[in-house]
Design a binder for this molecule. Structure first.
Ligand SMILES: [Zn+2]
Length: 135
C-alpha cells in the first residue's frame, strides 16, 4: 500500500487536486436583514470602528496611521469591510447537531433565532439549545 501525504499548501496550489477534492454543498441563505422584523444586520464599516478605537487610545490602533489601518483591514478581512450585527450561534462540540461554524443566527433587535441550514426558518431558544431557558 502506498500512502501519499500532501501538505495543505501543496493541495491549495494544485488545481488538479482541488478539482477532485470533495465539495460539500450546504444550502445556506445569508441575509443582510432580519427575515422577521426586517431590521438591518449591516453594522458600521470597519475603518470607522477602528478609527473610533484609535481616538479612544486603543493600544493596538493608537500609533497607526489611517493608511496603516486601511492596509490591516484589507489584509485581515474580506470586502465589503463592515461589521455584521446578527449573533452567530455555534453549537458545542458535544452537541448532537454540532457543526464547526455558525448553525443559527439570532436577530439583535427582535431576538428571533433562525436556522442557517434550513433556509433561515424561524426557530426558538429551546429548539436551538435543546433545553429550557433559565430566567
Ligand atoms: Zn429581527
Amino acid at each position: 500500500m502506498l500512502l501519499i501525504i500532501f501538505s495543505r499548501s501543496f493541495l491549495e496550489k494544485n488545481t488538479l487536486l482541488n478539482f477532485f477534492k470533495p465539495q460539500i454543498m450546504l444550502k445556506i441563505k445569508e441575509t443582510k436583514q432580519c427575515p422577521k422584523c426586517e431590521s438591518s444586520w449591516i453594522g458600521e464599516d470597519m475603518f470607522t470602528v477602528f478609527k473610533k478605537q484609535k481616538e479612544n487610545e486603543s493600544p493596538y490602533w493608537k500609533h497607526k496611521s489611517d493608511e496603516e489601518i486601511q492596509k490591516i483591514i484589507k489584509e485581515s478581512y474580506s470586502p465589503p469591510y463592515y461589521f455584521k450585527r446578527e449573533i452567530g450561534i455555534e453549537l458545542a462540540w458535544d452537541h448532537p447537531k454540532h457543526y464547526d461554524g455558525v448553525s443559527y443566527w439570532k436577530c439583535p433587535d427582535c431576538e428571533t433565532y433562525f436556522d442557517r441550514f434550513d433556509n433561515m426558518k424561524e426557530t426558538s431558544f429551546n429548539e436551538v439549545f435543546n433545553c429550557e431557558k433559565s430566567t
